[in-house]
Design a protein around this ligand. Structure first.
Ligand code: SF4
Length: 256
């Protein structure tokens, strides 16, 4: 990607400009990326380098050869499957790195008489500046945020990055009424002790007492070789996670 393209993708200063999205993949029927059946756009590029990433090919910035997809092209594709959809979700990679495209896409969705009834969701690692949420909030119906670890030190181990902006995003999205769900990726022996789970639940409930939480159990399938020796949660681990989080007061809890 050229430096010029990089600044266009990452900044929010191109508001109003015609922007395209660097789309890695499309799933036209997903039941796990937000409420109902969703059209999912996977965008290229992520600022994290998660040990347990299942889509590590989406981490590098868009390569020079990658042709951006226009908003009109994407809206036309969504229209073609509209009868089967509840909404659209942008994910990645990290979708907020392409905030101008996401904003233009969601704005176009709301203006389109055929598909304006679909909901617009963002699935994010949460590492976005306040300005990004300022931009997206007026055109977004809900946001799903991954919280890889409440403790910053463990967050750095798991992602290579501090969680300061992640926690701020969770708090500000909840205050705006846009926080749909927080997803906890749990890896045995790293971030799944009773004490950590209880403290995480307490912090989340302080943000929103009715918060929807999804346990994302670590799976080795598709991860890089350096993560293949990590343990997957067993059935009894998942039972314990549910039990500790429920006892702490999380009422809306699902497991994936
Ligand atoms: S935030 Fe998601 S896409 Fe980015 S490195 Fe982590 S798991 Fe991969």
């Amino acid at each position: 990607m050229s430096p010029e393209a990089g600044s266009e993708v990452r900044g929010v200063g191109t508001r109003g400009a015609v922007v395209g999205g660097y789309v890695t993949d499309i799933d036209r029927a997903s039941a796990v990326d937000g409420p109902g059946n969703r059209y999912v756009l996977f965008l290229q590029g992520c600022q994290f380098d998660c040990l347990v990433c299942h889509n590590s090919c989406t981490i590098p910035p868009p390569p020079r050869w990658m042709v951006p997809t226009s908003v009109d092209e994407t809206l036309a594709d969504i229209r073609s499957v509209e009868p089967f959809l509840s909404g659209i979700t942008v994910t990645g990679g990290e979708a907020t790195l392409q905030a101008p495209f996401v904003h233009a896409l969601f704005t176009g969705l709301r203006a389109d008489p055929v598909i304006r009834g679909l909901t617009a969701f963002v699935d994010t690692n949460g590492d976005a500046e306040a300005e990004v949420w300022e931009l997206l909030a007026p055109v977004t119906d809900g946001v799903m945020v991954d919280l890889k670890a409440l403790d910053d030190e463990m967050h750095v181990v798991l992602t290579g990055t501090s969680n300061t902006r992640v926690l701020a995003s969770i708090t500000s999205l909840a205050a705006r009424g846009l926080l749909y769900e927080v997803r906890l990726l749990l890896v045995p022996g790293l971030n799944d002790s009773d004490e950590v789970l209880d403290r995480t639940a307490s912090w989340l409930l302080g943000v929103d007492p009715d918060l929807r939480v999804r346990i994302n159990a670590f799976r080795r399938d598709g991860v890089r070789p350096c993560a293949r020796d990590l343990l997957e949660p067993r059935a009894e681990d998942l039972d314990r996670y549910r039990s500790v989080l429920s006892a702490a007061g999380i009422r809306q809890l699902t497991t994936y």
